[in-house]
Design a protein around this ligand. Structure first.
Ligand code: MOS
Length: 730
């Protein structure tokens, strides 16, 4: 009987967060700090022909103005050898996107730096640019990551032979992550040793990146990031500001702090790329899919490759013998995209699940029934069995809870007064990923434990779930365990991303605790009178300061006593966890089903998402409280993606026009109505020792399609380009 795992647990860091004790990057106090403000290009492509910094240098409080003319060279390659990477700023006179950092003004105060930044005068030689994927589609190149994937079966022939076909194009604009906490770094040097506070999802990634950029050994660099105010992928890759901040601090021999403005968040880290997807589905008259041809295009920058893996997961959703789902990428004169919440999957599934709805209407088959007809019993890509898959139960339960069977499929047939009512559904998919990770557990004779791993907690509740896992396997109360993260002095962990943290880091914490259990058993059995003699380490457990036989709590030793008698003050164990070889024999995915009701005002075109039921199957749920929060957050983001979010680029100037939370719309309270999230738990002994799958990204995956499908049902209008704003319905 688990003490913590599977039970609703409030956040162990909750009080620290709501009382201001939790320190976010910009809040660290470093004596004698100077403030940097980034100057950005105002043209989209070209060269800086002159940069006049005299006015800025003479402004009050200014310490130094860094430009490409005086900045230290970063990275292994000199700038002359090729285009500079995203992460190495001020390396040449080239401008690759509008808003590119071109100078850093450092001053005694933030206000002085910001003021002086406006006094930097820049002349450019402009070149013609293209910032719209639509205009550069002909230059698209196969994405190297996914080009290896060959078509399944013979999709062309199968499409020709199919009795029923639907073919459509779907468009998703650029979207930007807008976490509450902006990017920030504070860097200071002590001799050749750098300490940097950085808002990041990956302290080890930033360490490696800075080691390369600054030419110092990684072990001389400490990256600290204990709290992150949301990130969603925006802090997965090292952005350009940590190297900029560290370089300035090194030159000035003084701590430097750089904090982004909200507007800078729109050019400072990447974005969900613009996608165009051409989907053709062929089926027989019974609804069985015969062929899926799903071509995706998205943009990247002119100087770095990027793949969103748009068509990766969707290949594994339906049992279809013939499939081709290539991804092609075109260069645009914009910043490089990056991963954004449910990258690829949410974009790809918007197109596929919209197309499935179109096919259901073409066949006059219920959309849910169509999914069941094409249910994948085994992974259609590899033919491997799933380590677990409770999607069928998600469909059943969701339909029942939602009342799906009373849906009249006819568009515009359901009303609430003058409002048009629409019901739509979709499926979701995400990986059940696991990465190598390590964790340290120190168990002390006084019955307390310190647990560390250099992971991150961008909001999902990692502090809490790691404390729960440690407490569970060490047999301690939650308040006897202290879990710390976000520091390169701790054992290495992967970036917090991909919804793999609990599976990866949690397995390492569990592994360390079990090793400590085994070591305690060895200590106990050094004594001839040990009541645990002859018992295997897997058959004992720690509980409330005792090491006891599982199933026979009367056979136990007192851990503190054993440690005292053997002169052991603490046991310090680092455990490295890696995916098991057994996993490779199976396909492991997380799935879900979404049922959505919308009400549309036929005069105004306004849409309200009045009811969402989201059912997900993602293994075992360790902390239902935080897990439901993850899924609700996913649904809210899905509503934003479906109805509101779009980064507007003026393609004539290449500038982003809505770089603010006033004009970049995300859902607010008034946009959110009833949301119910339900887990169908899966017993999965293959996927990892904890039986957990990812859930954070999964939560939003089917939502945009379910909403678009509901809008079609309500209005008879099929909107294939997001967001579904009112004017598209009028
Ligand atoms: Mo998420 S896009 O893996 O931070």
């Amino acid at each position: 009987m688990a003490r913590y795992l599977g039970k609703e647990t409030t956040r162990v860091d909750g009080v620290a967060k709501v009382t201001g004790k939790a320190k976010y990057t910009a809040e660290f106090q470093v004596p004698h700090v100077a403030y940097g403000f980034i100057v950005q290009s105002t043209v989209t492509k070209g060269r800086i022909t002159a940069i006049d910094i005299r006015g800025a240098e003479q402004a009050a409080g200014v310490v130094r103005v860094f430009t490409h003319l005086n900045a230290r060279r970063l990275g292994k390659k000199a700038a002359a050898e090729g285009p500079p990477q995203w992460s190495w700023p001020l390396q040449s006179d080239r401008v690759f996107f509008n808003g590119q950092p071109i100078a850093l003004v450092v001053a005694e105060t933030y206000e002085q730096a910001r003021h002086a930044a406006r006094l930097v005068k820049v002349s450019y030689q402009r070149e013609a640019h293209s910032t719209d994927l639509e205009t550069v589609l002909d230059r698209a190149q196969p994405d190297p990551d996914t080009a290896k994937s060959v078509p399944r079966g013979n999709p062309t022939a199968a499409l020709q032979a199919a009795a029923i076909k639907v073919q459509s194009e779907y468009r998703i604009p650029i979207e930007h992550h807008n976490p509450i906490e902006p990017h920030a770094a504070i860097a200071f040097w002590e001799g050749e040793h750098l300490t940097i506070f950085d808002k990041t999802q990956n302290v080890y990634g930033v360490q490696e990146h800075l080691a390369e950029g600054l030419g110092v050994p990684a072990e001389n660099i400490r990256v600290v990031s204990p709290f992150v105010g949301g990130a969603f992928g925006s802090s997965l890759k090292p952005n350009y500001y940590p190297s900029l901040t560290a370089m300035a601090a090194r030159e000035l021999k003084r701590p430097v702090k750089v904090v982004f403005t909200r507007a800078q968040m729109f050019t400072g880290h990447g974005y969900r790329p613009q996608t165009i997807q051409k989907v053709t589905l062929g089926a027989d008259r019974s609804g069985k899919l015969q062929a899926i041809v799903h071509e995706a295009f998205h943009n990247t920058s002119s100087f770095e490759p990027f793949s969103d893996n748009t068509t990766g997961f969707l290949k594994q959703v339906y049992a279809c013998p013939n499939l081709h789902a290539p991804l092609k990428v075109s260069a645009t004169d914009l910043a490089t995209p990056t991963w954004m919440r449910a990258p690829g999957a949410v974009s790809g599934m918007f197109a596929l699940e919209s197309a499935m709805d179109e096919l259901a209407y073409a066949l006059k088959i219920d959309p849910l029934q169509l999914r069941l007809i094409n249910y994948a019993e085994v992974d259609p890509e590899s033919g491997k069995p799933f380590s677990s898959k409770a999607l069928r139960e998600c469909y059943r339960l969701g339909a029942e809870k939602f009342g799906w069977k009373s849906r009249n499929p006819e568009p515009r047939s359901m009303r609430d007064g003058k409002l048009l009512v629409g019901w739509g559904m979709a499926s979701s998919v995400w990986g059940a990923l696991q990465m190598p990770a390590s964790a340290r557990v120190i168990y002390r004779a006084d019955g307390t434990a310190s647990v560390t791993s250099a992971t991150s907690d961008i909001g999902p509740g990692t502090y809490t779930v790691m404390s729960m896992i440690a407490a569970e396997f060490l047999g301690l109360r939650l308040d006897q365990v202290k879990f710390e993260l976000g520091d390169t002095r701790q054992p290495q962990a992967p970036a917090q991303g991909g919804s793999w943290t609990t599976s990866s880091v949690g397995s390492a914490v569990r592994g360390a605790a079990l090793t400590i259990t085994a070591k305690l058993l060895d200590l106990a059995n050094r004594e001839a009178a040990s009541p645990l003699r002859g018992i295997a380490a897997t058959d004992v457990e720690m509980f409330d300061g005792r090491l006891r036989a599982k199933g026979d709590p009367s056979r136990f030793v007192d851990i503190a006593e054993i440690m005292r008698r053997t002169g052991t003050s603490e046991i310090n164990e680092v455990h490295n966890s890696t995916p098991s070889p057994e996993r490779a024999k199976y396909a492991s995915l997380a799935h879900g089903a979404q049922f959505v009701e919308v009400k549309v005002d036929p005069d105004l075109g306004t849409i309200r998402v009045t009811r969402v039921i989201e059912i997900t199957a993602c293994g075992k749920i360790l902390n239902p409280l935080a897990s439901h929060s993850q899924e609700i957050g996913g649904v809210v983001w899905g509503i934003g993606m479906a109805l509101e979010e779009a980064t507007e680029v003026d393609h004539r100037t290449g500038r982003i026009m809505n770089a603010s939370l006033q004009h970049y719309h995300v859902p607010v309270n008034a946009d959110i109505h009833a949301i119910e999230t339900i887990f169908v738990e899966e017993e999965d002994t293959i996927v990892n020792p904890l039986g957990v799958k990812g859930m954070g990204e999964l939560g939003m995956v089917g939502i945009p399609a379910a909403i678009a499908n509901a809008v079609y049902h309500a209005t008879g209008k099929r909107i294939r380009d997001l967001p579904i704003t009112p004017e598209k319905l009028l």
